[in-house]
Write a protein that binds this ligand. Structure first.
Ligand SMILES: [Zn+2]
Length: 177
């Protein structure tokens, strides 16, 4: 049986991911820097590009920190699944088309929907809810009392490093990360 995914080119899928994830050029999922160098290809998937961030030395690849990362299905199966979801097929129909178990398809569609939902605020909400920038105070996780004692300076929002808070400008498309 020839499945849909057998007809999908894995290399094209990676191109698609790169275009959507980094329309203005590859940027570091860890620090947001665009000072990136290529670092060879994945050992098992030759289309999957690896990178190193020159700013923070973070190693990542096309799928790192995305909904597609660390999955046992090849990317083209995910893209096929996403395509069929767009046609409003049921999990059972998708499982049949992709020659997968319904259980696998169920997990994949959940992951994809979750990834797509996370992307929404960036696109649809503005003014009332600001998701573009995330401000996290370092060192107070799980210690609300400690946070209360320490007054927060508004002017610190742009400082980086320990003690000042982590200021993160999210440049990636959120359904991928
Ligand atoms: Zn970095």
């Amino acid at each position: 049986m020839v499945t849909l995914t057998a007809l999908i080119d894995n290399g094209k899928c990676y191109e698609l991911i790169r275009q959507h994830r980094w329309p203005e050029g590859v940027c570091c999922p860890h620090c947001g820097s665009m000072h990136i160098i290529k670092n060879g290809k994945d050992d098992t998937q030759p289309e999957r590009q690896r990178y190193v961030c020159k700013s923070c030395q973070y190693h990542f690849d096309d799928l790192s920190d995305s909904v597609f990362a660390a999955r046992h299905q090849p990317l083209r199966v995910w893209v096929g699944c996403l395509y069929l979801m767009g046609l409003n097929l049921s999990n059972a129909q998708i499982a049949h088309e992709l020659d997968l178990s319904q259980n696998d398809v169920y997990k994949m569609t959940c992951d994809l929907r979750q990834g797509l939902v996370e992307k929404k605020p960036e696109v649809e909400l503005s003014g009332e809810v600001e998701f573009d920038e995330v401000y996290v105070t370092a060192g107070h996780k799980g210690q609300p009392e400690a946070v209360k004692k320490k007054s927060v300076k508004v002017g610190d929002a742009n400082s980086k490093g320990f003690g000042g808070g982590v200021h993160s400008k999210r440049r990636n498309h959120q359904y991928l990360g």
